[in-house]
Design a protein around this ligand. Structure first.
Ligand code: R5P
Length: 295
């Protein structure tokens, strides 16, 4: 197996290779003056299973193009199987036509990976698992969605959050809070969130739960502007929660998100290294390596 970290996942790819006991073979890359990406594979791949590790942040478009270049190059050069590890899969929130005429962005990215020669796609806490299940029927890629929620919950348990109430910002993400609650104990629930598709503004209707004096944690797949998490944290504090933590798989933390969540009264913010930031407290390297080990 050849583990090949792309430009956006040099550290995580290296950690995955280390966990598997293989060398890491990062691609050689540069950006031309006109903005185009150049990549060159640095290990022979003929007849090998090649694991391309490339997240798609902070520049989603560039991340996707570099990923496609790597996958296609590996296949062209004779790799037997190309496993695409995309810890944070950009475009996964545009998985439907919310308004007439919109592009189906997730479908497009998955189809491109398939066309480029990918055999497997491994992602972490994709925005909507049902979309991937739907796409599984339209692609020859073997798609697997891993969850970092038990790891985040385990980290919080180590920080004294055992017994905390686990909460997701909406019903669609309740499986995230449920997975965390299996580690933390303390039960799980969700907020009702209404987002205006045009303005992006969020309203949260807090459900009826007695949190008086109890710790609580908001679990989400993505924190982007931080608006959703801040509203959830504020709701929990208003309901009398003692300590409130905010945890997510993919911490994009755009434009003052961290400050927005802190201002809402959170006691702790943490994410994983699918997107590496100063708040990445948990690594998904072991989670991904364990799965790769099986294949
Ligand atoms: C959307 O439904 C996602 O699960 C997240 O809740 C959302 O992307 C977070 O975005 P923001 O941080 O901008 O509120």
């Amino acid at each position: 197996m050849i583990v090949m970290p792309g430009p956006a996942s040099l550290e995580l790819g290296g950690r995955i290779a280390e966990k598997l006991g293989f060398d890491s073979n990062p691609v050689d890359h540069r950006i031309f003056p006109d903005g185009e990406s150049y990549v060159r594979l640095t290990a022979p791949v003929e007849g090998e299973t090649v694991v391309v590790v490339q997240t798609t942040f902070p520049n989603p478009d560039r991340g996707v193009v570099q990923l496609l270049l790597m996958v296609r190059a590996a296949k062209d050069l004779g790799a037997e199987r190309v496993v695409c590890v995309v810890p944070y899969l950009a475009y996964s929130r545009q998985d439907k036509r919310f308004r007439e005429g919109e592009a189906l962005s997730l479908d497009t990215v998955v189809a491109l990976l398939d066309d480029a020669g990918g055999d497997d796609l491994i992602v972490v806490d994709v925005h909507n698992e049902e979309s991937l299940e739907r796409l599984q029927e339209k692609t020859s890629l073997g798609i697997v969605n891993l969850s970092a929620m038990p790891l985040l919950a385990g980290h919080l348990k180590g920080l004294g959050f055992e017994g905390a109430y686990s909460l997701s910002p909406d019903e669609g993400a309740k499986h995230l809070a449920d997975a965390a609650a299996r580690v933390l104990g303390g039960g799980s629930g969700f907020f009702e969130k209404i987002r205006d598709r045009k303005t992006g503004e969020i309203e949260m209707a807090v459900k009826d739960i007695d949190l008086g004096g109890k710790d609580a944690v908001v679990f989400d797949d993505i924190i982007s502007s931080g608006g959703t998490t801040a509203a959830a944290v504020r709701g929990l504090k208003n309901q009398g929660a003692k300590r409130v933590a905010a945890a997510c798989a993919h911490g994009l933390f755009m434009g003052g998100a961290e400050e927005r969540i802190r201002d809402a009264g959170t006691d702790l913010i943490l994410s994983t290294d699918t997107v590496l930031t100063s708040l990445s407290r948990v690594t998904v390297a072991g989670l991904i390596a364990d799965h790769l080990d099986k294949i």
